[in-house]
Write a protein that binds this ligand. Structure first.
Ligand code: HEM
Length: 397
């Protein structure tokens, strides 16, 4: 009898453990939950990030025969990032929307000529807070089942949709999480984007339109979202993402920072390269993004902060990094975002978190590395990154 009840308790626990992770990322799971999950995963040691495309920076056709656009199949995932959505729809990323950091880095370099440093920063920041550090996979949208595994695996893949760890408020074409859907293309917001482009860019999204629309969206969130949050890292990403379309969504042969509404629709709504689209010159994208982000911020400088539970209550947050504090961005992200998600990792999880933290740090080589889980299993990576170009120019690191 005792044997039976022990068995029963164990089975009940097992069911609980198995059921729990099905639609959840690892972040925030208890030690016991993690222990139950670990044996059921293909644990992967994260490989180092791919290097920059040293001799592949040329302007070239990327909407090519090898990368045809395909409509979504059942189970394919897309999310808040129009760049990654497009890369998945053209097969630069796995079309199901589940990828490793290395696949993401290669895809953004090959498809859009994103700088290696930016690519590393974005890919490792997001695997740490949105992905599964054990399987080294993350979804570019919602949490999802792992398909095609033999034997079938439980779905323990986090996603970029997760709010307030990387994804944040005041997006250009996605609503704030407070209003429900923080990741789908929002036609009303895109119409605003187009109106600003008409008013300030003569029909194109250009630097002036970007400056005005970024500021407008912040004011709109202040006026409409009682829980509006605009602190690091979102404080940084909002300005950089406003710059991305000027650099990456403009055909590399044109490269004048003038994005037509036709092409903007193709990327933001349809997740598709325009016909004959050529990527940008990769030797220039880092400077262009940094300069544009700086200009967008400088046109209407804001202090990091947020509303206090009511609309129009925006208050400066002195604890958040501002745009002159690149190293604080890094340190606070590790200590205040990653560590609360994984307070006491053990075993393979700790090793993989440390490895990913080391890769992330490689995007901040002039800062002092922090080791929240001790120094074993991952150190800095000797890359000279774009963030440092930005830091030298703007940020005191
Ligand atoms: C390197 C890996 C990348 C990651 C992990 C990533 C992740 C994300 C995430 C999580 C967001 C949502 C942020 C938010 O609005 O709350 C976002 C937005 C955005 N991303 Fe990416 N991204 C990456 C690369 C790119 C590339 C290469 C492009 C352009 C080609 C791009 C263009 C954008 C734009 C324009 C937005 C803003 C969307 C909007 O405000 O409506 N991203 N990205």
């Amino acid at each position: 009898m005792a044997k039976f009840s022990t068995l029963f308790v164990f089975s009940a626990l097992a069911i609980q453990v198995i059921a729990l992770p099905y639609y959840r990322s690892l972040a925030g799971l208890s030690e016991r939950e993690l222990e139950g999950i670990l044996p059921r995963l293909n644990v992967v040691t994260p490989p180092p990030p791919p290097p920059g495309p040293s001799n592949h920076t040329c302007v070239k056709l990327v909407n090519d025969a090898a990368h045809p656009f395909m409509t979504l199949q059942d189970g394919d995932i897309r999310g808040p990032c129009p760049g990654l959505n497009t890369l998945a729809s053209h097969g630069y990323l796995p079309r199901n929307g589940i990828a490793t950091p290395a696949q993401i880095i290669n895809a953004v370099q090959d498809g859009f000529s994103m700088d290696n440093g930016f690519a590393i920063l974005l890919a490792y920041a997001t695997i740490l807070v949105d992905g599964n550090p054990l399987t080294n996979l993350m979804s570019i949208g919602g949490k999802s089942p792992l398909t095609g595994m033999d034997p079938p695996q439980p779905a323990i893949v986090g996603g970029l949709d997760t709010h307030a760890v990387f994804e944040g408020d005041t997006s250009m074409t996605r609503a704030d999480s407070f209003f429900g859907d923080n990741h789908s293309f929002n036609q009303t917001l895109f119409d605003q984007f187009a109106n600003f482009s008409n008013q300030f860019g003569d029909g194109n999204y250009n630097l002036t339109a970007a400056e005005e629309y970024r500021f407008f969206r912040i004011q709109q969130s202040i006026a409409e979202n009682p829980q509006f949050s605009f602190i690091s890292p979102r404080f940084f990403t909002a300005y950089f993402e406003s710059a991305f379309p000027l650099v990456f969504f403009v055909d590399g042969r044109q490269a004048d920072g003038q994005l037509s509404m036709e092409n903007a629709t193709s990327f933001f709504r349809d997740m598709q390269f325009p016909d004959d689209f050529h990527r940008a010159d990769g030797s220039k994208t880092a400077d262009l993004v940094n300069n544009a982000a700086t200009a967008i911020f400088s046109a209407h400088p804001m202090q990091p902060g947020g509303n206090n539970g009511t609309v129009n209550s925006y208050t400066f947050d002195p604890n958040s990094a501002n745009l002159t504090e690149g190293c604080k961005l890094y340190t606070d992200f590790v200590n205040n975002v990653v560590v609360p998600l994984y307070p006491t990792p053990q075993g393979a999880l700790k090793v993989n978190l440390n490895a990913n933290l080391g890769f992330l740090f490689s995007a901040f080589p002039n800062c002092t590395q922090v080791f929240p889980y001790g120094q074993r299993g991952g150190t800095g990576w000797p890359f000279v990154s774009v963030i440092m170009d930005f830091c030298v120019g703007r940020i005191k690191c």
